[in-house]
Design a protein. Sequence first.
Length: 98
Amino acid sequence: MRSRYTAYVRGVMAHIVGTHAAETRASIDVPAATRWSADTLWMGLEIVATERGLAGDDIGYVEFIARGVTKNKPFVLCERSRFRRDGATWYYVDGVAR
């Protein structure tokens, strides 16, 4: 989760796409995500909770709060994200906004 947040902060959409589960990559609107990333002043990431996601797990969950300002409008993004491990790599599958 932290690497994906950092990728949004730095505008590295290749990392966002590359860490998405293969079955969901086509749904990413890369131009829109790139614009949003560039238009946002990122104010921080708070990991609220984690569930599973340890060495013996293939699924893990991360609940987080990301804060920022886009076009002078502050926002708080709260999500419980689901990740799936494939080998040594974790991929973002989906998330539920809170």
